[in-house]
Design a protein around this ligand. Structure first.
Ligand code: ARG
Length: 523
């Protein structure tokens, strides 16, 4: 241990108290001056970002998230992919990556046969004008029920699908209308969640690219004909040896796996991706295992570098009964309604706490607290687990919640407002004396751990690590604020406490924004 300590670089010895603590242990404790130096140097989001940017500099990551199927409303099952995917995209961008946000929408499937059949016969223009997605869902049900009951209708629906796939102008126009309207409706949800995609390269984008996939996989010896379909066997795999990946169905049509193979090629060649992350329900893990295994062999055989492919899986949102969350009548809860209810409930909370604020202000605050609470409750869980959706726990000022953290942010803003100083004011901070009290030092030690928290959340693609850090930071701030008065007469002491307040604010705000939340200056 003595040899190791003697060999340490001078800046490490300068920054730390180093103590040999028995055999096998060397303790490093950052000196107060080193803590203060870090805090002074990291005085803006830009500085924090610069410090973090080395991790993924020069890399390109495609994040495939949200990715709902068109002609249907987004329901609570679509929440997690959107929320977790956005946080991961922001974390990667913050740590230096070029991020390609790609919404891989399911806009090309067999459902369009029945839907187009019904659209041509049963469209209700008034209902469509009121709520187009609702009307598409109704039409799909009409098409599907009628086709179940009547084989002639089933054939007619199939014929509509064949016409669409053959490029029939009328069916293509209907299909396009359905998709355009769906995307517009999705966009309203994305706006509420603060999501902007760079691309929405859905399944249909790959229509003209699947032919090449059949050719390429056959040529390299991976794909073989089996019972009229084109499939890839993985003889070494316990399940995929008998359950091959089907890439062309017996009827000649492409499927989910085919477009996903074309998507991997596009991401590798067009985006030059270092990696692609698929933020998708864990129930699809078999699909991705089989897909990635196939891509790996295909790229190896054709001497292409394969991007890192990873299924960023997540569990299910459960109701209080521990079953997937549904309405009382057993239907899926629409995301739009869920976010609306979140806003309503947040409005009640804000009104209870700050009845004196004008209603318009309370509404604006409730929008941010409501949606943020839903986002945060999802992010604060280890994504691989299921979690129970509970309004009372989620929209609460107690516990590891958005409201608790947003309130901490607003409270620090109010400290600065009361003292008439701007957070981070250089003249104030220049006057700060050395950190001294146990609470000051404990808070500073927590603040300097921000890069570690970001690193951990990003490397593991698990935003809950950042949530946990924020919760602890907010707790440390409370302890400090209760122990050490900020508005003291002694100017250098006051200045150093204001410095701590400003950095806590900066790190709370930066982190909440990284998670995809919006923050408030009053609450
Ligand atoms: N549209 C699919 C679904 O709703 C999810 C697509 C995920 N992305 C992908 N490249 N397969 O289940």
């Amino acid at each position: 241990a003595e040899k190791l300590v003697a060999a340490l670089a001078p800046d490490v010895r300068e920054a730390c108290e180093i103590a040999i603590a028995g055999p096998g242990f060397i303790n490093f404790t950052l000196k107060p001056a080193a803590l203060a130096a870090w805090l002074r140097a990291h005085d803006s989001e830009h500085q924090l970002r610069t410090g973090a940017a080395a991790a993924h500099a020069g890399q390109t990551w495609v994040v495939d998230y949200s990715s709902p199927n068109t002609a249907k409303q987004m329901h609570v099952g679509h929440l997690r992919s959107a929320v977790i995917g956005e946080a991961i995209a922001r974390l990667l961008a913050f740590t230096g990556a070029r991020v390609v946000r790609d919404n891989h929408i399911g806009d090309w499937g067999t459902q369009f046969g029945k839907l187009i059949w019904a659209y041509k016969r049963h469209l209700d223009p008034a209902a469509f004008a009121r709520d187009p997605l609702e009307e598409f869902e109704r039409l799909y049900k009409v098409g599907s029920n009628t086709a179940e009951a009547d084989p002639a209708v089933m054939d007619a629906a199939r014929a509509e699908l064949v016409k669409l796939q053959a490029g029939d102008a009328e069916n293509l126009a209907i299909w396009k209308r359905i998709n355009d309207v769906s995307l517009e409706a999705f966009q309203q949800i994305y706006d509420q969640l603060g999501i902007r995609f760079d691309h929405a390269l859905g399944e249909s984008f790959y229509n003209d690219k699947v032919e090449a996939i059949y050719g390429a996989l056959t040529a390299c010896g991976l794909a073989v004909e089996s019972e009229g379909a084109l499939v890839v066997f993985h003889p070494e795999h316990p399940r995929f040896n008998e359950q091959p990946l089907i890439i062309r169905k017996r009827d000649g049509a492409a499927n989910y796996a085919t477009t996903d193979l074309a998507t991997i090629l596009h991401r590798a060649e067009h985006f030059k991706a270092t990696g692609a992350l698929y933020v998708v329900d864990k129930r699809q893990s078999d699909h991705f295992d089989q897909l990635f295994l196939t891509a790996k062999k295909w790229f190896e055989k054709t001497n292409r570098p394969l991007p890192h492919l990873e299924h960023v899986d997540f569990g299910t949102v459960l109701g209080e009964n521990n079953k997937p969350l549904k309405t009382r009548t057993g239907e899926n809860i629409r995301l739009r309604e869920l976010l609306g209810e979140a806003e309503q409930r947040a409005f009640a909370l804000v009104t209870e706490k700050s009845a004196d604020l004008p209603e318009a202000d309370r509404r604006a605050i409730a929008r941010i607290v409501g949606v943020g609470s839903v986002q945060y409750a999802d992010l604060a869980q280890n994504r691989s687990s299921d979690y129970v959706f509970s309004w009372d726990k989620m929209i609460s000022l107690e516990g590891n919640t958005a409201a608790y953290l947003l309130y901490a942010v607003a409270r620090i803003h109010s400290i600065f407002r009361k003292l008439g100083v701007a957070p981070g004011d250089p003249a104030t901070e220049a006057a700060a004396s050395a950190l001294e009290t146990p609470a000051e030092l404990a808070l500073a030690r927590k603040l300097v751990k921000f890069p570690d928290a970001v690193r951990l959340a990003t490397d593991s693609l698990r935003p809950h690590f950042l949530c946990l850090y924020l919760y602890e930071l907010a707790g440390e701030f409370s302890t400090f604020y209760n122990a050490d008065k900020v508005a003291v007469d002694d100017a250098p002491v006051r200045a150093r406490r204001l410095l701590l307040c400003a950095r806590t604010l900066l790190i709370l705000e930066t982190s909440l924004h990284l998670l995809g939340l919006r923050t408030l200056t009053r609450m």
